[in-house]
Design a protein around this ligand. Structure first.
Ligand code: FRU
Length: 501
């Protein structure tokens, strides 16, 4: 296969070669962000799952490191988390040099009494050199389910201040249940409760990568609320995998969803972290002053067939997470990307009214610069739809044959992304192309932020209330942006385009 350099992301992490899926154990330590991830070091497809490792100082530019935890014929290393055991409660480091601990999923093979899918259990690995090298704990696994530990995976940790202990969440994937445990030493775990609210459960759905987190409430000093993030596959709104969350209360034992987020069995009543197809297994960084998330920019429906080479898979942009209170008191999650640094080019305009059918193009002098194929576009728009359907195209070719369309329909209160003309489709897989998110105008306008890297479009609407993430595989130099509306009455009150490297 030829190298597909035109799709190599600039500000999104992707391994140099071979397969990647979930982010694992992202952590900030000594000013360095570490990202571990599900990685097949030998093939560009799922398999031989090991933990890859990369580091960064800005969350945008990453340096790949040697494999942190390699798979063996007896054990694959599925998803998990990393924590800095600063008080050496595990006793696996010293007081002078506290350890980093990885709590990961062991998928064992060739074990007595093993089931078809293998035993899955929580194991520990230790690093005494700030994540550079890792050693498996001698008495693994540290947590199994009785009597059979099947489909038990994806441990995440959350500190419970009120009780002075760590809470571990993991799934029993096929049962669609999150299991909560507690510990003070990371090695001995006591069962707390099961979380499996009624609602949207289908027979073949898997629950994966559960994250219990405490998020600050915007504009309310010191206030915070609890969320439980769950990744489901299949069952995502766009087909394949997707990630939703519950807002609720955690009393140290039980997570209780708030009434509003205990949805019916209608998936559209759920709170999705992303209404696009490509944001899965979202987890939070440990060690950051405020919550920062990262997800896998992929979908299990077609992840093994995407046309990139020699790598396959990339991460989303890291995003700040918070809660915001609605007029009726409900809390909703907001996600906004981390700072992209200093732009290499800026374009600003206001009160643009594209004529009917004639789209307004981002001025040629700016957008046709060949260098923009080597930059990430960050577009911030404030649009007054004026009852018209707003049409925005990004990653488009000059001749208009290709492009990813973003529409806002004020009558239906819908944000739509259509990637049917975005470029190369993913062959032989369910690669859905039209995706919808509910979105209401705020004070008569719609705020959109659209970030376009070489093989992705990420949309943050209404200041981060609605997120849509899509992978695309556009032809070379698809850097044109067009603004338009169906009847020519919409007004783009403000347009700000910035480019980053
Ligand atoms: C989620 C997931 C996890 C599992 C890992 C395997 O995408 O299926 O449940 O631990 O990926 O790579």
């Amino acid at each position: 296969l030829q190298e597909t350099r035109q799709w190599r992301p600039l500000l999104h992490y992707a391994p140099a070669r071979n397969w990647m899926n979930d982010p694992n154990g992202p952590i900030l330590i000594d000013g360095v962000y570490h990202l571990f991830y599900q990685h097949n070091p030998v093939e560009p497809v799922m398999g031989y799952i090991s933990w890859g490792h990369a580091i960064s100082r800005d969350l945008l530019h990453w340096e790949e490191q040697p494999i942190a935890l390699p798979s063996t014929p007896q054990e694959q290393i599925y998803s998990g988390t990393v924590i800095y055991d600063r008080d050496n409660r595990s006793g696996l480091g010293t007081d002078e040099n506290p350890p980093l601990l990885a709590l990961y999923t062991s998928v064992f093979r060739d074990m007595p009494g093993e089931q078809e899918d293998g035993t899955q259990a929580v194991s520990v690995a230790v690093s005494l050199d700030r994540g550079a090298t890792w050693t498996r704990y001698a008495h693994n696994p540290v947590l199994t389910l009785d009597p059979v530990s099947r489909n038990f995976r994806d441990p995440a940790l959350c500190w419970y201040e009120g009780g002075g202990y760590w809470v571990l969440t993991a799934v029993e994937a096929e049962q669609q249940v999150v299991k909560l445990f507690r510990s003070t030493d990371f090695l001995h775990w006591e069962f707390l409760s099961d979380f499996r609210p009624p609602g949207y459960h289908t027979q073949d759905m898997l629950w994966e990568v559960p994250v219990l987190a405490r998020l600050p409430i915007e504009g309310e000093a010191e206030a915070s609320g609890w969320v439980m993030i769950v990744s489901v596959n299949p069952g995502g709104l766009t087909g394949g995998s997707g990630t939703f969350y519950y807002v609720g209360d955690f009393d140290g034992t039980i997570f209780t969803p708030a009434e509003q987020s205990t949805a019916t069995d209608d998936p559209w009543q759920y709170r999705w972290m992303d209404y696009g197809p490509d944001n899965y297994a979202i987890v939070c960084f440990a060690g950051t002053p405020t919550p920062v998330s990262i997800g896998w920019m992929g979908n299990w429906n077609y992840a093994n067939q995407t046309p990139t080479s020699p790598w396959r898979g990339q991460m989303t942009l890291p995003a700040h997470l918070s809660l915001t209170r609605q007029e009726d008191g409900t809390l909703l999650m907001k996600q906004n990307p981390v700072s992209l640094g200093a732009p290499v080019e800026v374009f600003v305009a206001s009160d643009i009214r594209p004529e009917a059918e004639v789209a307004w193009k981002l001025p040629d002098s700016v957008a046709d610069c060949a260098d923009f194929a080597d930059a990430v576009l960050d577009l911030q728009l404030v649009v007054d739809p004026a009852e018209d359907v707003v049409v925005l195209t990004v990653a488009a070719t000059e001749d208009g044959r290709f492009g990813t369309e973003i529409l806002y329909d004020p009558a239906r209160r819908e944000l739509v992304v259509d990637r049917s003309r975005s470029g190369v489709p993913v062959p032989g897989a369910t690669f859905t192309t039209r995706h919808v998110a509910p979105l209401s105008p705020q004070d008569g306008v719609v705020r959109l932020r659209v970030i376009v890297d070489r093989s992705s479009v990420e949309i943050f609407a209404a200041d981060g209330l609605v997120r849509m993430t899509e992978v695309i595989f556009p032809p070379p130099r698809a850097t044109t942006v067009t603004l338009g509306s169906h009847a020519g009455s919409a007004c783009f009150r403000s347009v700000k385009a910035r480019w980053f490297r």
